[in-house]
Structure formats: structure tokens, C-alpha cells
Design a protein around this ligand. Structure first.
Ligand SMILES: *[C@@H]1O[C@H](CO)[C@@H](O)[C@H](O)[C@H]1NC(C)=O
Ligand SMILES: *[C@@H]1O[C@H](CO)[C@@H](O)[C@H](O)[C@H]1NC(C)=O
Ligand SMILES: *[C@@H]1O[C@H](CO)[C@@H](O)[C@H](O)[C@H]1NC(C)=O
Ligand SMILES: *[C@@H]1O[C@H](CO)[C@@H](O)[C@H](O)[C@H]1NC(C)=O
Ligand SMILES: *[C@@H]1O[C@H](CO)[C@@H](O)[C@H](O)[C@H]1NC(C)=O
Ligand SMILES: *[C@@H]1O[C@H](CO)[C@@H](O)[C@H](O)[C@H]1NC(C)=O
Ligand SMILES: *[C@@H]1O[C@H](CO)[C@@H](O)[C@H](O)[C@H]1NC(C)=O
Length: 576
């Protein structure tokens, strides 16, 4: 009898979270290439956990799993279910390669042919079922401008859904979830997704809402996952609105949250606001640091931590190091925002970066929201209503549960223990093995060779002869006069690519405008170079023309630093 009561009590929390799971997603990624063990995840804090990543084989188009990580993938669901039996797990498929140029080519060549699609789809469903996942995620698909590619994506998604439904009927199991991780969409951007197909076929879209500003690319501190931005449109709020206006309903969106920040080296430690001059990354090579590291090793506590409600970001100052990241305050406000906007929930990259589960618990500490913050109060009231409903539900459910648990409790308990015991053992043995470090996917520097070549490596010959104005001033002048092609090296003469080169020049000129506010963000530069933004703004006269005292070498260097497109803006950094 005592045994049954114990198991009944154990059932209670799991029922609570499963009833919430339908209405509110608390999701997170576990990244296999990190150094954490699956056993260490406090899965009670989540409703959904996603294993990252599986990949696509570039010759067979079947799902490809790095052999080293296959054991952790195969035991993932069972292990996280031990602490939270009602957890839902997904397998995330990263559609890229380590190499930037092949990043999407594999994905698109898979999507373009029926037989390739079938290989991919069938193998993905088969693996998900084999390892007990409840769903599949397609990770990190960028918007595109090519209508053929957009159409192919749409067809792939239709096929995938059809296959999932068919498999569900045939196997009499509930269908696998199908989700997409998509990106922020700027308004000027003509790049898009097959929105109709996405709405039809995916259970939800996880909006990756970070990597907006990076110390490797901007010489000014920035809120890399700003919810709002008073001075630009690069903010999560703006991105969500854009997704909405293009037809994705709020209840199909999940908000991305980052458990990491970026560290900048301040040029002048007394200027330590958002947008203060910086000289590049600090602490880590790319400035990327996990929340865990920020809290455990950077002394980011108390006085040192600030909060900017206009951006919804925290920051921490340690000498000349400025770290922009989300602490409890920012996370809570974002989660409240997601509730307020009627989104489906949130999804964290990545759970292992939490520090003592402080961020993951931030949201469950209900009714402790900051005063004077309207959205959060509204959210708190909503929680109140939820709890009212929960009480009613319990009045009906309790007697039923009591009877059922009496019958099932003993059996379930007994079997669970036996079944999972050896699996825990297996995983512990695996955890003892030294973890192989893989930098997957590698972050690639996008070369600015095009621009360099186009300007003959910014050669002195190309100077207008106006003294300190320099070659780029010449480029500006040519550009203004509509004679950009005259500026290019004849060896590069390729009428087909003229437009592209002119475009690169224009982007380069935009990047060297005097005022930093005028310069495009890296997201925009990226879109511009990918032809995703059709109408480029007109560059103002560049800094070089204005600041004659700056020597050319420094200038060119800073231009490269400012404008070099690092794939990280669109990719997944893996902080440790
Ligand atoms: C892709 O599949 C082929 C055929 O099974 C295999 O030979 C190849 O090694 C796989 N590619 C990778 C990267 O594993
Ligand atoms: C496929 O992937 C392998 C391993 O990453 C690589 O060596 C090969 O060049 C790729 N093949 C194609 C056609 O992209
Ligand atoms: C669009 O994509 C298709 C299929 O990948 C390709 O054949 C075509 O050349 C692309 N069109 C443009 C304008 O890039
Ligand atoms: C249905 O499942 C059975 C095995 O359970 C399999 O042999 C058959 O091919 C499946 N049919 C379809 C249409 O997938
Ligand atoms: C943001 O986008 C809106 C249009 O959606 C535009 O009116 C506004 O000027 C933009 N703001 C900035 C700072 O770019
Ligand atoms: C910009 O940052 C780079 C390092 O990333 C540094 O070398 C350069 O001097 C900085 N420029 C300015 C104007 O601070
Ligand atoms: C500042 O950060 C360093 C690590 O970069 C750390 O060792 C030090 O304790 C921090 N300073 C304070 C005052 O916490």
C-alpha cells in the first residue's frame, strides 16, 4: 500500500507538466558536441528536449549520424524520461555542412529530387522511431530568394508531412512532431520561406532570435539577442512581427532563447553602454561565452550586472570586458513577451550552458515578476487563470487518477526500475570516456576576396589623386557616377557578374559610412551579399574621405573587420 502511494505521488508532477505541455512549450537543445552528459539534464524543467544534431549524407541523402554520438542519441529519450516521464523529445537535423559553400547545396539537391527526398524522409522517420524520439526538427534553414528553391522546400515539407501521417496510420502510433528552426526576417528582405507549406506541415517554427551582433564583426558593443532595439530593426520583436505579417500565426511560433553571451573588449572602459566602441572579442577567441562561464568565472553578480529594459538584455562589466547576455531578468521578460504575444513557448540553445539551472527555473518562479512592467503583470494574471483552471481539472481528475494509479503504479514502478537501470549504467560508462571535441559546424569566414579583387586590392593606382581620399573614395565617386565597372580589374571582367560586383562595392561603401548608425548590421550585410535585399540604400560619403588622418592600412583593416561576413551570424556557436 505504501508503495502505491509513493508511486501515486510520483505521478502527480508528471501529470502537471503534461497538461501544461499542450499549452506552453519549455524547450531546449542538448548539443552532443558539448561536454555535458545527458544524465545531468534536469529534464523536469522542460516539456521538450531536442537532441542536436543529425545531418544529411551528401551522397545518399539519408540521415547521417556521427558514429561517436550515436550511443548518446539512442539513449537520449530514455534517459531524460527518467526524471520527467512526460517529456517530449525531438531529433534535430542540421541541414548544413562544416563547409559554408556546401552548407545548403546538400539540402537543396536533396529537396530538388523526388527520390532524394524520399531517402531523406524515410530515413529520418525510421531513425526517430528507432530511438524513441517524438519528433523531428529541421534546423537552421535560411530564407531564400530563389523561387525554385523555395518551391522545392515547400514540396519537401509536403512530402515529409504526408510520409509522417502515413507512417502514423500504418504503425497506429501518434504522428511524429515536425518542426522547423528558422531565422529572423528583416522587412526589406525579399528572401522568404514557403510560408503556406510551413504553416500546413510544421507543428511549429522555432525562431532563432540571437546572433544579431557579434564582437568578431562589430566594433561596438551590442545586444546579440535584443528583444527590442530603439535604433534599428534588428530585434526579435521586429522579426516576430515580420513572420506574422508573412502569414505564420503566433501559435505556431516558439521563441528562441540563448544561454550564452558575447564579450567585447572596450576601447575605453568608462564608455560601457550598448553601442560603446570596442576593439574586438574578449575572453574567448570569438567572444562567445556560456552563461555558466559568465556566472562562474567572470564575477558577474550584483553590482556588476546591469539590465537594459529598452533592449531587454543584461550586461556585465569586468574591467575593460563588456559582456552582453541574458540573465534571469531578460529571460523572464522574454518569456512573458512570448506569452503575451500568444506564442507557443520558448526554446533554449543550449541547456548545458545554464548555471545551476537558474535560467531554466527563472520562469517557474511565478509572481515574482518585476513591478511596473505591464506585460509581465498581465502574464502573471494569466498564470493565475491557468491555475484556477488547473484546480477544476484536478477536482475531476484526482479520483480517476487515484484508481488508475492503484492498478498501474506497482507495475510501472517495478518495470521502470529494471528497464532503466542498465541504461543508466551504459551512459555512465560512456560519460567516463573522454569527450571528443568537435567544432561542428565549423564557423567559416566569408571571404571578401570579391571586393578586394574588384578594387585591385585597394591599390594606390586607383587613387583619384586627391591626396588622403584614397581608393575607396574613388570607388564611391565611380559608384555615384554609375561607372562602377570601370573601377574593376579588366581581368575580372565578366558581364554576367557585373551586377554582383557592383553590388559588393555598394555594400562595401555602406559598411564604411562615417556614422556607425548608418552602416548595415552584419545580418543586413549578409542578406545584401546574398542578394536577399533587393534595394540597397545609397551609401553616404565614407569615413575615409572625412577622416584624412587615418592611415590606409588601418582603414582597410577596419573595413574588413567591419564587413567580413562571418557565418556565425547564421550559424550555431557552441560555447563551452
Ligand atoms: C554517405 O553514405 C555513403 C554510402 O553509405 C558512405 O560511403 C559515406 O561515407 C557517407 N558519408 C559520410 C560523410 O558518412
Ligand atoms: C560529401 O561530404 C564529404 C565529407 O564531408 C566530402 O569529403 C565530400 O567532398 C562531399 N561531397 C560532395 C559531392 O559534396
Ligand atoms: C534557382 O535554383 C535552381 C535550383 O537550385 C537553379 O537551377 C537556378 O539556377 C537558380 N536560379 C537563380 C536565379 O539563381
Ligand atoms: C506498414 O507497416 C508494415 C510493417 O509494420 C510494412 O511492412 C509496410 O510496408 C508499411 N506500409 C506502408 C505503406 O508504409
Ligand atoms: C524599421 O522598419 C520600418 C518598416 O517596417 C521602417 O518604417 C523603419 O524606418 C525602420 N526603422 C529603422 C531604424 O530602420
Ligand atoms: C575594430 O576591432 C579590431 C579588432 O577586431 C581592431 O583591430 C580595430 O582597431 C578596431 N577598430 C576600432 C576603430 O576600434
Ligand atoms: C573578471 O574576470 C576574470 C576572468 O576573466 C576573473 O578572473 C575575475 O575574477 C573577474 N573580476 C572580478 C572583480 O570578479
Amino acid at each position: 500500500m505504501l508503495f502505491t502511494i509513493v508511486s501515486f505521488l510520483l505521478f502527480l508532477p508528471s501529470l502537471t507538466s503534461s497538461s501544461e505541455a499542450q499549452t506552453w512549450i519549455k524547450g531546449g537543445y542538448w548539443y552532443s558536441g558539448g561536454q555535458s552528459s545527458v544524465i545531468d539534464i534536469d529534464s523536469t524543467l522542460f516539456t521538450h528536449l531536442t537532441f542536436a544534431f543529425a545531418y544529411i549524407n551528401n551522397s545518399t541523402y539519408e540521415l547521417w549520424i556521427e558514429p561517436y554520438y550515436e550511443p548518446s542519441m539512442s539513449t537520449f529519450t530514455d534517459i531524460v524520461r527518467q526524471k520527467n516521464p512526460s517529456i517530449t523529445t525531438l531529433l534535430s537535423i542540421f541541414v548544413g555542412d562544416t563547409d559554408y559553400s556546401t552548407y545548403f547545396s546538400t539540402f537543396f539537391s536533396m529537396a530538388s529530387q523526388s527520390s532524394h527526398r524520399t531517402s531523406f524522409i524515410e530515413s529520418s522517420i525510421q531513425r526517430a522511431r528507432l530511438y524513441g524520439f517524438h519528433g523531428l526538427e529541421l534546423c537552421c534553414v535560411k530564407p531564400n530568394t530563389n523561387t525554385t528553391k523555395i518551391e522545392n522546400m515547400g514540396i519537401l515539407f509536403d512530402d515529409w508531412r504526408t510520409a509522417i501521417d502515413r507512417e502514423s496510420k500504418n504503425s497506429t502510433r501518434s504522428p511524429l512532431l515536425l518542426t522547423l528552426a528558422g531565422y529572423y526576417l528583416p522587412s526589406k528582405n525579399t528572401a522568404s520561406y514557403p510560408m503556406e507549406s510551413i504553416r500546413r506541415n510544421f507543428d511549429w517554427v522555432h525562431i532563432v532570435s540571437y546572433y544579431y551582433h557579434l564582437p568578431t564583426m562589430e566594433n561596438f558593443t551590442g545586444a546579440h539577442s535584443a528583444l527590442y532595439d530603439p535604433s534599428s530593426n534588428i530585434s526579435t520583436d521586429y522579426g516576430i512581427k515580420e513572420w506574422t505579417s508573412r502569414g505564420l500565426p503566433a501559435d505556431k511560433m516558439v521563441l528562441g532563447l540563448a544561454y550564452h553571451g558575447y564579450a567585447w573588449t572596450l576601447l575605453d572602459p568608462s564608455a560601457n553602454e550598448i553601442g560603446s566602441p570596442a576593439t574586438g572579442p574578449a575572453v574567448m577567441p570569438k567572444g562567445l561565452i556560456s552563461y555558466k562561464f559568465i556566472k562562474s568565472s567572470m564575477g558577474c553578480d550584483g553590482e556588476k550586472v546591469g539590465y537594459k529594459s529598452t533592449y531587454v538584455t543584461n550586461y556585465c562589466i569586468n574591467g575593460s570586458v563588456w559582456i552582453g547576455y541574458d540573465d534571469v531578468e531578460a529571460i523572464r521578460t522574454k518569456v512573458s513577451y512570448a506569452r503575451e504575444k500568444g506564442l507557443l513557448g520558448y526554446n533554449v540553445w543550449q541547456v548545458a550552458n545554464d548555471y545551476n539551472w537558474v535560467l531554466s527555473k527563472a520562469e517557474s518562479l511565478k509572481h515574482t515578476y518585476r513591478k511596473g512592467n505591464k506585460p509581465t503583470i498581465a502574464a502573471a494574471q494569466e498564470e493565475g487563470k491557468d491555475q484556477e483552471n488547473n484546480r477544476l481539472l484536478w477536482a475531476i481528475l484526482l479520483p480517476t487518477i487515484a484508481v488508475v494509479s492503484l492498478l498501474l503504479g506497482t507495475l510501472t514502478w517495478f518495470f521502470r526500475r529494471r528497464l532503466f537501470k542498465w541504461k543508466v549504467l551504459v551512459t555512465r560508462i560512456m560519460a567516463i570516456q573522454p569527450q571528443k571535441k568537435t567544432q561542428y559546424p565549423n564557423l567559416q569566414e566569408f571571404s571578401f576576396a570579391d571586393i578586394k579583387a574588384a578594387t585591385r586590392n585597394f591599390s594606390h593606382e586607383n587613387k583619384l589623386g586627391e591626396g588622403g581620399y584614397g581608393p575607396v573614395y574613388k570607388a564611391y565617386k565611380f559608384w555615384k557616377d554609375g561607372k562602377s565597372m570601370e573601377f574593376m580589374d579588366p581581368l575580372m571582367d565578366d558581364t554576367n557578374s557585373a551586377c554582383k560586383l557592383v553590388r559588393c562595392m555598394q555594400v562595401a561603401l555602406l559598411c564604411v559610412q562615417d556614422k556607425w548608425e548608418d552602416r548595415p548590421s552584419m545580418l543586413e550585410v549578409y542578406s545584401m551579399l546574398k542578394n536577399e535585399i533587393e534595394d540597397l540604400p545609397t551609401p553616404k560619403r565614407h569615413a575615409f574621405a572625412a577622416r584624412k588622418d587615418m592611415d590606409e592600412e588601418n582603414y582597410l583593416k577596419s573595413m574588413e573587420e567591419n564587413c567580413s561576413v562571418n557565418y556565425a551570424t547564421m550559424s550555431w556557436d557552441m560555447p563551452r
